[in-house]
Design a protein. Structure first.
Length: 202
């Protein structure tokens, strides 16, 4: 599930979603240069095959244009800070490195546990970006309503549109000329107008 703020233009990209997991892919334009940002959320259930997920993800990522900006995040159910990696866990971590981070020039930003219980903790919610120079902040926020923490990043991805400001210059202001102009105004016709807009345009 993805929540998008009102007024933010985007379009879903179901053509990129992998068949092996629940994922949402959204595309939006960045500023005035029409450059695209792709936001991809992943939810990998523990009973689904990790190798199939990574292969599908690698295939979809390989089909993206080279200049696209990408944020990939979600629950991968692979503990990246487990000091007791067995062969299976090590293989899953290696899959992410070999097929996701390295070939697609992605950096994984989260380095603290995101799944916390009374007896254990794990880093299974991951956040990748291929534009680290734009990232201004990223954090893990622990919640009381879930054993999963919230992960986020802030990115300077949108430039504010240029504004045209109109103003009156008083550089050459003449009080005498201004008073004379006011005397020449037909104030009676203005006073007879029913609304302000009509009076101003008279």
């Amino acid at each position: 599930m993805a929540y998008i703020g009102d007024g933010i233009p985007y379009r879903p990209r179901p053509d990129l979603s992998t068949s092996s997991t629940r994922s949402h892919v959204l595309s939006k334009y960045l500023g005035l240069k029409k450059k695209k940002l792709l936001i991809w959320t992943i939810n990998h259930a523990p009973d689904l095959n990790m190798e199939t997920l990574i292969q599908d993800l690698d295939t979809s990522l390989s089909a993206l244009p080279e200049n696209i900006e990408l944020i990939l995040l979600g629950d991968f159910n692979v503990n990246l800070i487990d000091s007791n990696l067995n062969n299976d866990k090590a293989m899953k971590c290696k899959l992410i490195q070999v097929h996701v981070t390295n070939p697609h020039k992605l950096d994984q930003l989260i380095n603290k546990p995101t799944w916390i219980t009374e007896r254990s903790s794990a880093l299974i919610d991951l956040l990748f970006s291929n534009t680290m120079h734009r990232v201004t902040d990223h954090k893990v926020i622990h919640l009381t309503i879930s054993d999963h923490s919230m992960i986020f990043l802030s990115s300077g991805v949108t430039k504010a549109p240029k504004k045209t400001i109109e103003y009156c210059s008083f550089k050459n202001y003449s009080k005498e000329d201004f008073v004379n102009d006011l005397k020449d105004v037909d104030w009676e016709s203005i006073a007879n107008k029913e609304d302000v807009d009509s009076a101003i345009s008279t």
